[in-house]
Structure formats: structure tokens, C-alpha cells
Design a protein around this ligand. Structure first.
Ligand code: HEC
Length: 496
């Protein structure tokens, strides 16, 4: 048996989208708050040096805004990511924990400091002496950034360790300081400053004193522009640190779709910051909100989506496939590839959560086995329903209803792993046929779930009849008939 977990599938959108939606909200909230911590530190340093206590008024306002939005949303979506990834990619998460358990533990320590810090910062303004408060604000900024730095080590390892020796040693520091690390840290640091500047303009738009608003905006806007420049330069560096499969995915699937949006986000953010600097009195709340939303949605969603998609076929470290199968040996961690074992024995025999009655393919259960195998082998990366947003399989198969054609794809490219963005999925022939049978049925528009429910009911009926013959009980068939009707749904005419 393999160390696999049950497959969790959200019909329609696929589990990856659930993760994506939570993740994007989290990134917007968390990056804004980390970036804001630096803006606070810079603003407060200025307030202290130039003796401008009115700037503290703005910091208090912005800090309160963060407390209500970023920290609440961030702290809800952070654990939300944990729940979502644990069910979507249990082995991916397990792999990360086995590499980074102490890194994560340290991250939580800094996060605690950060949360206490933001409360202390807002509520102690004017209550403690200015110098101590300034130290507090800088500590808050460094603790916030430390949470990002530690998480980036984990996120960038997900793309790949980059140096081959990690597979031999399994060392945490080699995993953490992977080739991607500094590039991603730089891109996110630049990006978070831009986000914080944009939210800062939003908060500044509510400041009624024109002199205060002007001095705040004139300070925030250039910092935002520098952040944007850092993000762009580091992003180009980041592109140079990617593995081959990611570059293929970028060239063929991602850049053609997202490049224009990325340029638009950069242009709009730059123009907006320059405009704000030039005309601080025209920084209106409605404008600030719309531009922030535009940049958060059009900027962050593609960025996260790209990072996730580029990593395919792997979910972590280029050794765990998206479908949870171990792709290669990692001697440093005592991990062995499972691809060949699956090719030899099949998923039905090796997956611990396959019900016994489905371990062998028969005419009666082929559709159900096909659905199960497709969920296990493909659904981490593909929606199963036509039109689903996550590279839906019917669409990818051009609605093919020919079982042999679908099977040929599984016996060719998937078996030999020729598509750089898809795992090598080498299955025994009966499993390939079951998958093809299921996918062809979905493509031909059949209500597959209902058909399977009917087949299950028929099977139970047969078992019940056999038992009935033995025991002489009369209640079992009636029970099964009732179950079958429930399973088949209201619309089906009753069996006679
Ligand atoms: C680890 C992720 C992953 C898994 C698992 C996966 N695929 Fe894919 N698949 C992809 C990606 C990525 C693409 C290409 C991206 C796109 O078209 O948006 C793709 C594309 C495809 C295509 C289009 C042809 C092509 O080569 O671009 C088909 C057909 C397909 N997959 C079928 C399957 C089937 C069937 C399974 C399960 C047996 C499966 N995939 C499992 C990631 C995956």
C-alpha cells in the first residue's frame, strides 16, 4: 500500500480553486499589513526626527484600519489555507512539514509578536514616550517581515530546491535557501510595499486636514514607486530561477494569457502613485478604492495562479506530484518513487482508501471505478465537469466520446510522462480503460453520478437477494428498493 490519503474533491470548481480563492484574499491582507508596517516605521521615524506629531494621527488611523481589515481577514484566511491544503494536497503538506517544521514554528512566534505589536502600536500612541514607541514600531516591522521571509522559504521550496544535493541530504537549510528564495522574497517585498502604499492612499483620502494629507501622500507615493521598481526587477530575476517545466508552462499557457494584465497593473499602479504625488488634494476615496481593488484583483490573482500553475506537475520540491504520487527517490529523506510500483500493481491495489468492492474492475463497476481513479489521478489539477474553471477535463479532451482515443492519450503521453506540466501516470490497462470509459461517458453528456447510483443500487439488490435466499428474510429487498429510489433521485420513474 502507498501512504495515500482520501481524495477531496469540490465538484464544479475543484479543490485547487478553493485554495486559490482563500490564498488570494490572504495574500492581499497579509502583504498589505507587512508593507504597512514598514510605511509606519518610515513615517514615524520622520515624525520623530522632524518633530511632526500630527503624522502619528495618520499612523493611528491606518493602524486601526489594518486591525479591522487585514488582521481579521488575514487571521481567518491563514488557517483557512491550512485546512484547504491539508485536504487538497495532504502529502504535499506532509512533505513541507517534514522539511520545515521549525521554520513554521518560528513563523508563528513572529506572527504572535506581529499581532501583539499592531495592537500595542495603535493603542500606545501618545501613552508612552515617542522614542520607545518608535522602537516598538520598528520591532513590529521587522517581526512582520520575518513572517514573510520564513513563509517565502517554504513557498519557494515548493517550486523546487534548485540544487540537486538537497535530494541527497534532505537538509532544511538547503531546502530553505533554494535558488528561488531571494528572488521571490524580493518580488514579494516590493509588491507588499506597493499594496501598502495603495491602501495608505485610501486611508489618506479620509484625512480632512489638507496639510497632513499632503505630507502623508507625498511621503507614501515615492515609497510605493520604489517598491514597484523593486518588484519588477526582482520578478525578472525570479523568472531566471525557474525550472524547465515552469518555463514551458509560462511560455505556452501563462504569459500569453497574463502578460497584458501584468503590464496593465504595473502601468496603472505607477500612474496612480505619480498622480497622487502630484495632486494630493485629488486623492478621492472612491478612486483610491477602485484602483486598489483593480490592482489587488488583476495583480494578485494572476501572480498566485501563475506560481501555482508553473509548479505543475509537482506540488512540492519537484518530488511530489499534484496527484500526491511520489515522483522520484529522495534518499536524504528515505523517500522512494511510486510511479513504477503503480505501473506494476495499479492504483486500485495500492491505494489504501479504495473500497474493496472496487479493487477489481468489472462490467458493473467500471464507471464507478473510472470516476474514482480519475478523481485520484487527475482531479487535483483538473475539474471533472464540463465548463469547470480548473482546466476541465472534458474541455481538455475536446469533449471526445471515443474511449479508445482517450485511452490512447493515457497509454501515450501520460504513461511516458512526455508532457512537462503533467505527471507521469502509468497505469495498468484495466485502469486506463476504466478512466477512458468514465471520461467518455461524461463527455457524451450522461448523468454519470446517477448512473453510478443506479448501478450501486442494483449491486446491493443482488447482494440482498442472495442473502435473502439464504436467510429467508423479506425486508431486505424492500429496503434496497427504497435506497435505490433515493439514490436515483426524484426525476427517475420508479422501477417496476
Ligand atoms: C499535477 C497536475 C496534473 C495532473 C494530476 C493531471 N494533469 Fe492533465 N494537465 C495539467 C496541466 C498543467 C495541463 C496543461 C495546462 C492547460 O492546458 O491549461 C494539462 C493538460 C491536459 C490535457 C490537454 C492536453 C495537453 O497535453 O495539454 C489533457 C487531455 C489532460 N491534461 C488529461 C489529464 C488526465 C486524463 C489526467 C489524469 C489521468 C491528468 N490530465 C492529470 C496538469 C495535470
Amino acid at each position: 500500500m502507498l501512504g495515500m490519503y482520501p481524495t477531496f474533491y469540490v465538484p464544479g470548481i475543484g479543490t485547487a480553486w478553493v485554495m486559490g480563492i482563500i490564498g488570494v484574499i490572504h495574500v492581499v491582507a497579509s502583504h498589505t499589513s507587512v508593507g504597512a508596517s514598514f510605511l509606519f516605521a518610515l513615517l514615524e521615524t520622520r515624525a520623530y526626527r522632524e518633530n511632526k506629531p500630527q503624522l502619528m494621527e495618520f499612523i493611528k488611523r491606518y493602524g486601526m484600519f489594518l486591525l479591522v481589515f487585514s488582521y481579521i481577514i488575514g487571521s481567518i484566511t491563514g488557517p483557512g489555507i491550512w485546512y484547504a491544503i491539508t485536504v487538497a494536497s495532504p502529502r504535499g503538506v506532509s512533505g513541507l512539514i517534514h522539511n520545515f517544521v521549525w521554520v513554521w514554528a518560528s513563523e508563528w512566534v513572529y506572527f504572535t509578536v506581529e499581532v501583539i505589536g499592531v495592537y500595542a502600536l495603535v493603542y500606545l500612541i501618545g501613552k508612552i514616550d515617542a522614542r520607545t514607541h518608535l522602537k516598538l514600531t520598528w520591532s513590529f516591522a521587522l517581526a512582520s517581515w520575518a513572517t514573510m521571509l520564513l513563509i517565502v522559504g517554504v513557498l519557494s521550496f515548493m517550486m523546487w530546491p534548485g540544487h540537486d544535493s538537497w535530494y541527497q541530504t534532505g537538509s532544511t537549510s538547503e531546502a530553505f535557501y533554494n535558488v528561488n528564495f531571494f528572488a521571490q522574497l524580493g518580488t514579494r517585498t516590493g509588491g507588499m510595499i506597493v499594496m501598502a502604499a495603495l491602501v495608505g492612499l485610501l486611508v489618506a483620502s479620509r484625512v480632512s486636514d489638507p496639510a497632513l494629507r499632503r505630507s502623508v501622500v507625498r511621503m507614501i507615493a515615492p515609497v510605493g514607486l520604489v517598491g514597484g521598481a523593486v518588484a519588477v526587477v526582482m520578478f525578472f530575476y525570479y523568472l531566471r530561477t525557474l525550472p524547465h517545466n515552469a518555463l514551458v508552462m509560462l511560455d505556452t499557457h501563462l504569459l500569453p494569457v497574463y502578460a497584458k494584465g501584468m503590464v496593465a497593473v504595473f502601468a496603472v499602479a505607477t500612474l496612480w502613485l505619480v498622480f497622487a504625488w502630484a495632486f494630493p488634494q485629488h486623492v478621492y476615496t472612491s478612486l483610491a478604492i477602485s484602483l486598489f481593488l483593480f490592482i489587488a484583483v488583476v495583480g494578485v490573482w494572476p501572480e498566485e495562479r501563475m506560481r501555482e500553475s508553473m509548479r505543475k506537475p509537482y506540488v512540492a520540491g519537484q518530488y511530489i506530484y499534484g496527484n500526491q504520487v511520489i515522483a522520484r527517490d529522495v534518499p536524504g529523506k528515505g523517500i522512494h518513487s511510486e510511479v513504477e510500483r503503480i505501473a506494476e500493481h495499479g492504483l486500485l491495489q495500492l491505494h489504501p482508501f479504495v473500497p474493496d468492492r472496487l479493487r477489481t474492475v468489472t462490467d458493473a463497476n467500471e464507471l464507478e471505478v473510472g470516476r474514482l481513479l480519475t478523481k485520484v489521478a487527475c482531479a487535483n489539477c483538473h475539474s471533472l465537469e464540463p465548463g469547470g474553471p480548473l482546466r476541465n477535463l472534458p474541455g481538455k479532451l475536446h469533449m471526445a466520446t471515443d474511449e479508445d482515443m482517450i485511452a490512447a492519450f493515457l497509454r501515450g503521453p501520460l504513461k511516458y510522462g512526455t508532457q512537462p506540466y503533467m505527471p507521469r501516470i502509468d497505469l495498468p490497462d484495466d485502469e486506463i480503460r476504466a478512466i477512458a470509459h468514465y471520461l467518455a461517458a461524461v463527455d457524451s453528456g450522461k448523468n454519470v453520478d446517477r448512473l453510478i447510483a443506479q448501478q450501486q443500487a442494483a449491486e446491493q439488490r443482488a447482494v440482498a437477494a442472495a442473502n435473502d435466499g439464504k436467510s429467508g428474510s423479506t425486508s431486505a429487498p424492500a429496503l434496497v428498493a427504497e435506497q435505490e429510489q433515493q439514490a436515483a433521485g426524484q426525476a427517475t420513474p420508479s422501477r417496476n
